[in-house]
Design a protein around this ligand. Structure first.
Ligand code: C2E
Ligand code: MG
Ligand code: MG
Ligand code: MG
Length: 294
């Protein structure tokens, strides 16, 4: 046990640090078990064209079905996984399950593009392309993939090696896989990333989207990101649409594709087909398109 520099006792702050450390350690060990015991499950959140009502895909979001603590959300374990190679094991397992689920949907007559989140550490690692190839080869036959996979990478500090990132993105594109920049706008060099990386999509961070009703600045940021994406020929998705009004404002800005609670919360795979059959956009969204728009 280390003592404080100034005193000889433990400060409450240190107790807290110690506790946090033990916590991380426990989560890490438990995650190893969770991966082998298949305690991790994917929920899926629809992504839609708010005007036409078309479902453009679903995003796979991991949850931990913890035997003692119930269903845990990624915020309570992803950052622990991201500090080690566990994030790669998790990524492999998520890609595998997403592809398997796509096949199940396909068997039921439903063709759905699925996006998976890949930690930057895994994405930039030497194993990533091999992991992706291995997963695809189990599900694509004679070079024909029954499904479309998309990869979301968060634009973080961890993605700072842009030339490496670009090499990997290009290899993904050769395999027919589009890479999307997640939480876009929150990174240190968002526009530089856009300039250097062949990304096919950006997802405007929900931190900006959630404030477009009340904040002129956030509205300006979102609106300009939509324009930049459009002018660069990159698909723009707004994440975190919580109200009908949010959606309408985005449609007015020229952003029709969105994800958020106003459309649907993430749901188990079994619930997706019925949700798709039921869903229809708000009337205001259908009318929101500028006349003459495609
Ligand atoms: P993300 O990829 O940006 O995913 C969007 C998050 O926003 C999800 O949280 C989703 O449930 C939430 N969300 C969607 N619509 C709304 C809305 O209208 N309002 C609000 N307030 N939130 C909304 P979730 O599932 O808790 O995931 C959090 C983050 O954890 C994800 O952010 C992603 O970065 C990470 N994550 C999730 N699954 C995976 C995974 O399989 N692998 C890795 N490496 N990271 C993952
Ligand atoms: Mg994402
Ligand atoms: Mg994210
Ligand atoms: Mg995001």
């Amino acid at each position: 046990r280390v003592k404080t520099r100034e005193g000889n006792g433990w400060t409450p702050f240190q107790e807290e640090m110690e506790e946090a450390l033990e916590n991380r350690h426990r989560i890490k060990n438990e995650l190893v078990r969770a991966l082998s015991e298949k305690e991790l499950v994917l929920h899926y959140q629809p992504q839609v064209d708010m005007v036409s009502g078309a479902v453009t895909g679903v995003e796979a979001l991991v949850r931990w079905n913890h035997p003692k603590r119930g269903l845990l959300f990624p915020e309570s374990f992803i950052n622990v996984a991201e500090k080690s190679d566990l994030i790669s094991s998790l990524g492999r397992s998520v890609m595998e399950e997403a592809l398997a689920q796509q096949e199940r949907w396909k068997t039921g007559g439903l063709d759905l593009r699925v996006s998976v989140n890949i930690g930057a550490r895994h994405f930039l690692s030497d194993n990533f392309l091999a992991d992706l190839d291995a997963a695809l080869s189990r599900h694509c036959r004679k070079g024909i993939c029954p499904v479309t996979l998309e990869i979301e990478v968060t634009e973080t500090e961890a993605l700072k090696d842009l030339s490496k990132a670009q090499k990997i993105i290009k290899r993904c594109l050769e395999t027919g896989i589009v890479v999307s920049l997640d939480d876009f706008g929150t990174g240190q060099a968002s526009l530089t990333s856009l300039q250097r990386l062949s990304v096919g999509e950006i997802k405007i961070d929900k931190g900006f989207v959630g404030k477009i009703q009340d904040s002129d600045k956030d509205r300006a940021i979102v609106s300009s990101l939509v324009v930049v994406g459009r002018m660069m020929g990159i698909d723009v998705v707004a994440e975190g649409i919580e109200t009908e009004a949010d959606g309408l404002l985005l449609i007015g800005m020229g952003c029709r594709v969105a994800q958020g609670y106003a459309i649907a919360k993430p749901m188990p795979a079994e619930a997706v087909p019925a949700w798709i059959a039921d869903w229809t956009p708000f009337d205001s969204w259908k009318r929101g398109a500028t006349p003459g728009d495609p």
